[in-house]
Design a protein around this ligand. Structure first.
Ligand SMILES: *[C@@H]1O[C@H](CO)[C@@H](O)[C@H](O)[C@H]1NC(C)=O
Ligand SMILES: *[C@@H]1O[C@H](CO)[C@@H](O)[C@H](O)[C@H]1NC(C)=O
Ligand SMILES: *[C@@H]1O[C@H](CO)[C@@H](O)[C@H](O)[C@H]1NC(C)=O
Length: 428
């Protein structure tokens, strides 16, 4: 008993120090198709302690020739879902530059949207873009091929937007200079200025379009056979920074193993990046699911947290996962997640790893954080749920939606010119 006392005292002394502490440290490893989590009492620098198994990527330097850019991505916690994030970047619009915090998305209406002045009297207006303050802003004439509104009239590409018989305000397509870094700008970048009633669902100023639309930022990146249009590393915790890179060299050219899957043509919605999931593995074994269950579109989504599979695929994954996990104490469902465990009081647990198998022999192994949801992100030895759910059956075309959680800790590479999306596990 006596021997425990000095070390406890040592901990208490250290806890009073701002930089060192005595804490439980969680380490992870992956072996034989399983992810392991181990908890041990240790001394380590306390500030910024984070249970992550890869360092945050440094915002990339420019390649020789200086042709590509990488900007930091911030993960802002979602109030409604602890441990989940909305992803934001800071970019500049107009001349002089107005710095604005915006989201970015590959699944958009095919336009960058910005909240602009004038704002509605009842809305906060400090985060809005001020078109009248920019000397480089240009109107797009109604009837121009760059104006997507049919039936507008007058000198500008403007449409009044009403909802439920209430006029929300005007949406106007304009072009202006987009500044990504002090040395990387895009001239005449098209976006829609939304005035008055428009309010992004998070507290950002709008959304940067990375879709396949010809006006998207992805389409404005100079294309070459050795580079990709864009790629991102999503931050996996509030303390880390991710990156959004544009025009970066292909990671395979620097020796990284990339799992590439071809982009499917999508006559239904040309703005969408569609791939094909062909199988799911668990603990290193393929799950037995008829291939027809995967027929349809798979969307890699940035604004969906969890991964949604057709009910007949999800049920096979869930049932097999539960069979692997019989030694652990189940916990009640959490929202859409119905396969949860209570690891409280344990010092060790193991889960079978999930592999997403895409067309083209592109197997993507998810990390522990990618496949499990921890509602208390600071303590993995509490509740944990399988971060997958059955998709609502309303969209018959859609076979799967790969959420942002599954993409954490891997770089996702959009080689639009090469017609493929690549995944680089553990690169972030
Ligand atoms: C639309 O207006 C009707 C009648 O004014 C109202 O009952 C309804 O709640 C409104 N719907 C929305 C979504 O605001
Ligand atoms: C909105 O657009 C309409 C039609 O183009 C125009 O008459 C009106 O003045 C605009 N409203 C504002 C606030 O600019
Ligand atoms: C998890 O287990 C602990 C200890 O057995 C218990 O105190 C706690 O209430 C459980 N949590 C849930 C959500 O079931």
């Amino acid at each position: 008993m006596a021997s425990a006392f000095p070390s406890l005292l040592f901990c208490l002394v250290l806890l009073a120090s701002p930089y060192l502490g005595c804490s439980y440290h969680t380490s992870y490893y992956t072996h034989g198709g399983k992810h392991y989590a181990l908890r041990s009492l240790d001394l380590r620098s306390l500030r910024g302690e984070d249970n992550h198994w890869a360092p945050a990527p440094a915002p990339g330097p420019s390649a020789p020739g200086g042709a590509w850019v990488s900007i930091p991505v911030r993960g802002d916690p979602m109030e409604s879902l602890p441990g989940a994030f909305e992803y934001h970047v800071v970019v500049g619009f107009g001349t002089p530059v107005q710095e604005l915090t915006v989201g970015f998305d590959t699944r958009t209406t095919g336009a960058t949207l910005l909240k602009c002045t004038p704002c509605a009297a009842t809305e906060p207006c400090d985060q809005a873009f001020e078109p009248s303050a920019s000397s480089s802003l240009a109107q797009i004439p109604c009837g121009s091929p760059d104006c997507p509104f049919r039936g507008c009239s007058g000198p500008s590409c403007t449409l009044s937007i009403s909802m439920n018989n209430t006029l929300l305000g005007n949406a106007t397509f304009v072009t202006d200079k987009l500044t990504l870094t002090s040395w990387a700008t895009v001239e005449n970048f098209r976006f829609a200025c939304m005035e008055a009633g428009f309010r992004p669902r998070d507290d950002s100023t709008g959304i940067l379009d990375l879709s396949r639309n010809s006006h998207s930022l992805a389409s404005r990146v100079p294309s070459s056979p050795d580079t990709v249009a864009f790629s991102y590393c999503l931050p996996s915790s509030a303390g880390t920074v991710g990156s959004l890179s544009l025009g970066a060299p292909k990671p395979d050219l620097s020796g990284h193993k990339v799992s590439y899957t071809p982009l499917r043509s999508n006559p239904g919605n040309g703005n969408l990046y569609v791939v094909e999931l062909v199988g799911v593995g668990l603990g290193g074994h393929d799950l037995s699911v008829p291939p027809t269950a995967f027929a349809g579109d798979t969307i890699v989504d940035l604004h969906t947290t969890f991964t949604y599979l057709r009910p007949e695929v999800y049920s096979v994954l869930r049932d097999n996962f539960r069979q692997w996990m019989t030694e652990y104490k189940p916990a009640p469902p959490l929202g859409v997640l119905d396969t949860c465990y209570n690891f409280t009081g344990r010092n060790f647990f193991a889960v079978p790893g999930v592999t997403l198998k895409f067309n083209g022999a592109a197997d993507v192994d998810l990390s522990m954080n990618g496949m499990m949801y921890f509602p208390d992100p600071g303590n993995h030895f509490s509740i944990a749920c399988l971060a997958f759910a059955a998709a609502p059956t309303t969209n018959a075309r859609e076979a799967a939606v790969i959420g942002n959680r599954a993409q954490s800790s891997m770089e996702v590479v959009y080689d639009v010119r090469g017609g493929k999306i690549g995944f680089v596990p553990y690169r972030c």
